[in-house]
Design a binder for this molecule. Sequence first.
Ligand code: PEP
Ligand code: MG
Length: 577
Amino acid sequence: MTKTLKGIAASDGIAVAPAYILVEPDLSFTKHSINDVDSEISRYKKAVSDSTAEVEKIRDVAKKSLGEEGAQVFEAHLMILNDPEFTGAIETEIKNSSINAEAALDKTAQKFIKIFEGMTDNPYMQERAADVRDVSKRIMAHLLGKKLPNPASIDHEVIVVAHDLTPSDTAQLNKKYVKGFVTDVGGRTAHSAIMARSLELPAVVGTGSITKDIKDGQNMIVDGLDGVAIVEPSDDQVAEYKQKGEDFLKQKAEWAKLKDKPSVTADGKKFTIAANIGTPNDMPGVHENGAEAVGLYRTEFLYMDSSDFPTEDNQFEAYKAVIEGMKGKQVIIRTMDIGGDKHLDYWDLPQEMNPFLGVRAIRLSLKNENIFRTQLRALLRASAYGKLGIMFPMIGTLAELRQAKGILNEEKDKLIKKGVKIGDDLQVGMMIEVPAAAILADQFAKEVDFFSIGTNDLIQYTMAADRGNDNVSYLYQPYNPSVLRLIKHTIDSAHENGIWCGMCGEAAGDNTMFPILLSMGLDEYSMSATSILRIRSLMKKLSTTDLKELANQACYVSETAEDNEKLVNDFMAKLNK
Ligand code: PEP
Ligand code: MG
């Protein structure tokens, strides 16, 4: 039966395809003693050989869709499955304790995980704990007759349906087959939604119940323009939405005409529209959409895509590729922002009650100086290949900024002494995403070359509303005058101190926010590459003279976010008359 669900529009576009449900099965079991040890061992051995065959298949598909590097993790899994020390220990446990294979597997796996996790002086071996966990889960699923989902093994067109998608799940989605995704939970600025936009995958998040409302393989529509998911649509609905998808593509074709045009207002004022990227693989999208700079390179994805900490040389190559790819145009690379909703399988960090308020981003880098210094050296070396800006995320105090800059300068001096060339144009900036930093922007502005406002976090911290929690999405208000005042103060402080100010949060590419930001004189607008041409087209219609009063009204006259939506709508309606 047809069912329509409303969610949050997370990434533009329409797709129609069967659902692929990505839900972890329940792998709980009961421990019991067994009489026939031999048949229990054969049952266990069969689960291992079935798991091996499955992982080999997944590895082959992953190699084709994600390349050698993307398939590496599965090679590690095969090594464990073939390791007699591991599999033999489980057999011995079944034999010695006369317990069922599930209980023996669980007990032995926990023992191995503990040993690996304890190797704190060897991050490579520590990382094996995650592999043992994954492999054990797969063997357990076979023992229990359950199936594990695997996004990397998808080999036909689907819409992925999940309770939630982690950024690493999203990174495994192969655009050739995955036509969109729909989740139960999540917000527009959760990282999986941001990645969906850079992959140009239509997405709807926060539907509440899609995983319960659809069965694997049932046909569905995802409308990422209006945030709607339809289960088992009628033929008429399929036709209607296919038309809507085509209209959207036509609109995109109109915007595409602006690809090589400058970003100017109706009264001829020039601004910069830049792209946010997650990996060097996003560069084709940056060029296809006519970005004038890279305003945010989220380097944490480099760490998330690999099975161990990327080496200095690996990082250097990735940064250099992006910097060279921009041919002299500015590239802002942010030091890693791990924590919050971004985790590394190979870095077991302590569980925190409130990860978004915990040891995240610059806090984690300052606590792990060696990892931070490796990244800074890679960045400094890459700076010689173009125009680089290094940016620190989540700075909250001047002390943090000074400490980060101090470490950067130490690494810079060491490299210079060794004769390594550092770019002459290197700039050092910070994100403004903690309200404390926005309030003190006048002081911070004296110590950096630029600001980039991270509204995704600035809004969540100002409104105390988790950016990924749809239950409080009503409080996540980009247009709230409180948020706008912080933004205005940041821009004014930058300009009073002679530095430039950009924005790399999603609000920079928002149609309602944009006229307000332009009115505030924001210099650079960095967004998902797919938003660039839409915003360039909007910029062309707006004149800074007409916009003069808009920012003051939005900050000091309006009382609510809704007032500001109306303010901008009325302004645009007058303009379009
Ligand atoms: C932001 O917070 O606005 C931002 C750009 O950083 P991220 O989305 O990666 O937290
Ligand atoms: Mg942020």
